[in-house]
Design a protein around this ligand. Structure first.
Ligand SMILES: Nc1nc2c(c(=O)[nH]1)N[C@H]1C(S)=C(S)[C@@H](COP(=O)(O)O)O[C@H]1N2
Ligand SMILES: [Mo]
Length: 196
């Protein structure tokens, strides 16, 4: 399955830019990352607290529902499983919603995902990538700086919230930004789950 082009997709070498609304401009003083929902105690982390968490480097394939796929981009970031360690989850938490900025609203964008699929090295909140010159550089504001979720390749890239601001832990699945507009809850590119 890996490195195989999903149906209806074409391969691109460059990393295209796609989002709704304005590009968020990072301000460390007002930035924070919130862990909330079905947890014993909610937690809000500062930028430096997030950046002190253990790092993961991994190479991830990206599949955008607008039909481009980009294979094997190397990212550095913080794995979902590291962030989860900061809170105590209630029993039966099966889904998460990952939030990001939309036109100045820190919780204006969101995407829902099943938690069980996000425990590996390929579910990363990234801040750095190996760029077109094969050098490590910060991801650009347009790609979601200072922190941007990249989902595993078994999900279309709209599940990857840019300018990430928090994770809501949930017992039941719940629609995010694009899902409310008719896009797939499960979004597997290999099964071409674009709409529902
Ligand atoms: N905050 C936020 N994140 C977002 C979006 C958005 O509009 N706002 N668009 C999503 C969509 S539809 C896609 S395809 C990817 C594109 O990511 P890229 O521009 O880094 O390639 O970002 C996703 N994350
Ligand atoms: Mo998209």
């Amino acid at each position: 399955m890996e490195n195989k082009l999903p149906p209806g997709q074409f391969e691109t070498e460059k990393w295209p830019v796609l989002h709704q609304g304005e590009v968020y401009e990072f301000d460390e003083a007002s930035w924070s990352f919130k862990l909330f929902g079905e947890v014993e105690a909610e937690k809000t982390l500062t930028y430096s607290e997030v950046m002190k968490l253990p790092k993961t480097i991994s190479s991830i394939d990206m599949h955008c529902v607008t039909t481009w796929s980009k294979f094997g981009t190397a990212f550095e970031g913080i794995a979902m499983r590291e962030l989860i360690k900061k809170v105590e989850l209630h029993p039966h938490v099966n889904y998460v919603k990952i939030y990001g900025y939309y036109n100045g609203d820190p919780f204006g964008y969101s995407a829902n995902l099943p938690l069980k699929d996000l425990m590996g090295d390929d579910a990363l909140f990234v801040y750095r990538w190996k760029d077109d010159n094969n050098e490590w550089s910060d991801i650009s504001p347009k790609h979601g700086y200072p922190l941007r979720f990249i989902p595993p390749a078994s999900f279309y890239l709209w599940k990857g919230s840019k300018w990430a601001t928090g994770i809501q832990f949930m017992k039941e699945d719940e629609e995010g930004f694009w899902e409310e507009l008719g896009y797939s809850m499960t979004a597997n590119p290999y099964k071409e789950e674009r709409y529902r």
